[in-house]
Design a protein around this ligand. Structure first.
Ligand SMILES: N[C@@H](CCC(=O)N[C@@H](CS)C(=O)NCC(=O)O)C(=O)O
Length: 209
């Protein structure tokens, strides 16, 4: 088994944190995104969508997409549960994981990828190449701020994003938050509950993954 990884990229970090929480060690192969290794025929044969992370099983089959990879391991090793415990918690984790991904991570990506000089013709991931639309950078930034304001409201009454236990929703939110701050898309000064939550989840050893 091996994980196609990219050390500085946010989505592979979600899988690395998840695996660290589970105590699972998977050998990693680095894909150099700056050198566009994800667009080479060898990698497209592994994942035609040209993204990392990708998990390769021992029998040669592949699983792409962060959450699909995490779900694979959730079945292989259910403890500790990271997709919720009872029916309601599983639903709440799913709901908030999707918000963190769609309204958080993708909003940050919209802002970042439509602004950064090195991605002029690569505003979207994948094999095709899409030109930047500068207006989307401003929209992505506004969406990001609004998402974290909503997350702040949620965290006023919940210890963790998915409810009372740490889950994959926290992992997506943490990685989105850190990537947003790193790329200057996100400034979080006015979100005290996010700040409190961020200190807690960042103190877990998995956050270093
Ligand atoms: N929805 C995908 C997104 C994966 C994704 O966007 N990965 C980025 C790295 S964070 C990538 O491979 N980028 C390649 C590129 O920029 O061309 C997932 O969660 O696996």
């Amino acid at each position: 088994m091996k994980l196609y990884d990219s050390a500085a990229a946010p989505n592979p970090r979600r899988v690395r944190i998840y695996l660290a929480e589970k105590g699972i060690d998977v050998p990693k192969v680095q894909v150099n995104l700056r050198e566009q290794e994800q667009l080479k025929p060898e990698f497209l044969a592994i994942n035609p969508f040209a993204t990392v992370p990708v998990l390769e099983l021992d029998d040669g089959r592949h699983v792409a997409e962060t959450i699909a990879i995490c779900r694979y391991f959730e079945v292989v090793q259910p403890e500790p549960p990271l997709f919720g415990r009872d029916a309601y918690e599983k639903a709440a984790v799913e709901e908030w994981q999707r918000h963190c991904e769609i309204d958080g991570m993708l909003a940050i990506m919209e802002a970042f990828r439509n602004a950064v000089a090195g991605l002029k013709e690569r505003a979207l991931t994948g094999p095709f190449g899409y030109a930047q639309i500068p207006e989307l950078a401003a929209r992505g930034k506004a969406r990001t701020a609004r998402f974290f304001a909503l997350l702040d409201q949620r965290l006023a009454s919940q210890e963790f994003v998915g409810g009372s236990h740490y889950s994959v929703a926290d992992i997506t939110a943490l990685v989105a938050h850190d990537f947003g701050v790193r790329t200057k898309v996100l400034a979080t000064d006015d979100t005290p509950n996010v700040r409190r939550w961020h200190a807690v989840v960042s103190a877990r050893p998995s956050a270093a993954a």
